[in-house]
Design a protein around this ligand. Sequence first.
Ligand SMILES: [Zn+2]
Length: 309
Amino acid sequence: MQVHHFDAQPLVVPPGHRFPHHKYRALLERLQGEPDLRLKQAPAAGWSDIERVHEPGYVARVRDGGLSAAEQREIGFPWNPDMPVRAQHSVGATLAATQVALEEGVGLNLGGGTHHARADAGGGFCVFNDVAVAARWLQASARAERVLVIDLDVHQGNGTAAVFANDPRVFTLSLHGEKNFPFRKVASSLDVDLPDDCGDAAYLAALDAALAAVAARFDGPQFAFYLAGADPHEGDRLGRLRLSSGAMAVRDARVFDWLWARRVPVTVVMAGGYPTDLERMLDVQVNTVRLARGLWSRWNNAGHFPETP
Ligand SMILES: [Zn+2]
């Protein structure tokens, strides 16, 4: 399975910043030597791809350092010259993974899932909305028209919901903590609010119900994006839902089984994760990658794609 990353464009944050910027490199290192993975540096997305979703004025302010203090506060990172470069590569990794998924059934970006970014603004550690850009690329290039976004990051996918609010061809599902950021939520096609300390059984029951509702309400998805946030995990310092590692694995498996049953290709993005214990969070993320590889093997064994490395 081909896996895209953008490790050559590290996240540069001021000393003491609370964002766990080491996690990307650490995940990449954990995956070195995993069988059947081809780790690949992603190209930058073009500005014209990004502008299918984002307003040119906002894109220019990110590119040229013209973001106001308020805009930078909302993003959560101060602007520096690395910000636009990294943001372009983060989107580029999801675009590249999406091209892979069209051919092989599954593509994966070791970052991405920046779902709080909307057309004219960033927010919540998100500059550009990679999944929205890739969904628009699928539509613009006539690769797929009907797109499903399964957002299981613990935070509501407000930016993605806003981008696709008036596009019935894109179904946005978000399962998230009711009391968590963002405090003003934007309606997705289907939102599932979960209470603090939700626990494994209630979470998985809610996921099953949500996937059944998607099947009933959204006919014939041609492509899916899965935001496999690690932040519902009990080791997360922002998540509040406290799912066990076992439940996180069952979560991923149920999503992949649902997609496989319908033969829907998927781009998997890692989205959030704010670990108290980095290694435990990496265990969750590595497992997501392994389960995605299992899905990739199913496509491969079914002979869906002719060329394997
Ligand atoms: Zn999150």
